[in-house]
Design a protein around this ligand. Structure first.
Ligand SMILES: Nc1ncnc2c1ncn2[C@@H]1O[C@H](COP(=O)(O)OP(=O)(O)OP(=O)(O)O)[C@@H](O)[C@H]1O
Length: 459
């Protein structure tokens, strides 16, 4: 199967036909970047997959993991040659009978998607035209990406798929009989309630970004509602994430009882190939100046800039556009079709810089992204007992997921945090403590030194 420049698996021929042709100059630069990066990656990837300390290490082959021949064909067609550590450890447990629940943790970009997608595909009886696997993700962008992996891995199977995301089903659709349905919890609940999706034959229920999906302050209620509409017995529940904070862990164990567990230690939460920096700004306003100074670096590959609020993302995008830069902004206030167009265009490399909020902090896999900027550090949205906004604390999990948008599957990546006052300094120190990783200062006094320092990290 053809992989896009960024490694996104477009649904076979239909996707390829729909794609507009990029301008010739874009093609040139994309091709040069691609050749360079895939060469570097193929050299280092083999080394990393042979290093027992790497999250990409495996002692086994895909053949040894007990997968059906049609799925092996799909895997090799996607260009995978060896499993990663999480795939090697999780797949035999996931595929054994009787089916057992799984709570699986592995760092961002280490191949969790393949582990749960192969499980869904392995458990389907293709002679039955009934929905047998449901997968939930926190955003439509991630649901669409997971679907592209289902379609790519299932290319040599007769799998039928359907989305449960907003504005996607044809109006008036009365029944979905696809084997696998991937979606977001609100729409999935709605479609099951309206009996558009029949859950009576569901055998596998996957939560990607499971800690987020189970969080009682967020999507937890909706996810639980979906689970309560599934058969009481015989459903294998699979939870995956790079993070499982303590307050979610115990709920996860109740949600997926008697699960096999694969866990990370605290100091393993982030991968070493993401180089973390901070930029010392004098004020909130100086952050924007610093950002524009970094612009050349931001466009060396592709980059994602994270802001706390939608209006900040829009504002920065407007100001950068006014200065003649080509950037895109994406957040939850945009409508569904606009969101799809923006992320697809970024995946195709049409824009080099994407300014966004936490909406795409998790799961999004675009191999060409080699820099992530935390323009605002992520904050927990906490309230005190009286419902007032509590003192802000950094959101460690979101930080880990945000920086994980770069450094995918052994590639080098860089993250830059903007700090500008005592509070943001304290937040950064707390993030360093929690992840056990040092965040290095970037020297902004001398732009040349700064550029050299950053380019070294990107090599
Ligand atoms: N065995 C493999 N060999 C080569 N590439 C792989 C393999 N497994 C996964 N990949 C690639 O690695 C990248 C990251 O995989 P994936 O998106 O599944 O990571 P993840 O662990 O789910 O990350 P996150 O926590 O950010 O969601 C993808 O581009 C995927 O195609």
């Amino acid at each position: 199967m053809e992989k896009d420049a960024d490694g996104f698996y477009a649904p076979a021929a239909a996707g390829a036909e729909k794609k507009e042709e990029p301008a010739a100059e874009d093609l040139d630069s994309a091709a040069t970047d691609l050749i360079k990066s895939s060469f570097e990656v193929s050299v280092t990837l083999a080394d990393q997959q042979a290093d027992p300390n790497s999250p990409l290490f495996s002692a086994k082959t895909f053949e040894q993991l007990g997968l059906h021949a049609d799925l092996l064909k799909g895997i090799y067609d996607m260009g995978f040659s060896k499993p990663s550590k999480i795939q090697e450890r999780a797949l035999p447990l996931l595929l054994s009978n009787p089916p057992t629940n799984m709570i699986g943790q592995s760092q961002s970009g280490t191949g969790k998607t393949a582990a749960f997608v192969l499980t869904m595909l392995s458990r389907i009886d293709f002679t039955q035209h009934k929905t047998q696997a449901l997968c939930l993700a926190p955003s439509r962008e991630l649901a669409r990406q997971i679907m592209s992996v289902v379609v790519a891995m299932g290319k040599f199977t007769p799998v039928q798929t359907e989305y449960a995301i907003k504005d996607n089903l044809p109006k008036g659709a009365s029944r979905v009989s696809a084997h696998i349905v991937v979606g977001t919890p609100g729409t999935m609940t709605d479609l099951i309630r309206r009996k558009v999706i029949d859950t009576s034959e569901v055998k596998v229920f996957v939560l990607d970004e499971a800690d987020n999906m189970l969080d009682q302050d967020g999507l937890g209620d909706q996810t639980l509602r979906v689970k309560n509409m599934l058969p009481r017995t015989g459903v294998q529940i699979i939870l995956f994430s790079a993070t499982f904070p303590d307050h979610v862990r115990s709920f996860a164990s109740k949600f997926a009882p008697n699960a096999n567990k694969i866990e990370l230690k605290k100091n393993e939460l982030t991968v070493d190939n993401i180089h973390q920096f901070y930029l010392d700004c004098k004020s909130e306003e100086q952050k924007f100046t610093a950002l524009t100074q970094c612009y050349e670096l931001l466009t060396v590959g592709q980059s994602i800039i994270f802001c706390q609020h939608r209006h900040t993302a829009d504002q920065i995008a407007q100001r950068m556009t006014a200065q003649g830069h080509k950037v895109a902004s994406l957040h939850g206030a945009k409508d569904a079709s606009e969101r799809d167009a923006i992320i697809d265009s970024f995946r195709e490399g049409r824009e080099k810089v994407l300014i966004t909020t936490n909406v795409i902090a998790r799961g999004i896999d675009i191999l060409q992204v080699n820099m992530v900027v935390n323009y605002d550090l992520p904050l927990l949205n906490e309230r005190d007992n009286w419902g007032n906004k509590a003192d802000s604390r950094p959101d460690i999990e979101t930080y880990i997921h945000r920086i994980g948008r770069t450094g995918r599957f052994g590639r080098n990546g860089t993250s830059i945090n903007f700090v500008h006052n005592k509070q943001t300094w304290d937040h950064m120190a707390e993030i360093e403590r929690a992840t056990g990783k040092k965040i290095e200062r970037i020297d902004t006094d001398n732009l040349d030194t700064m550029e050299q320092q950053m380019k070294r990290a990107l090599k």
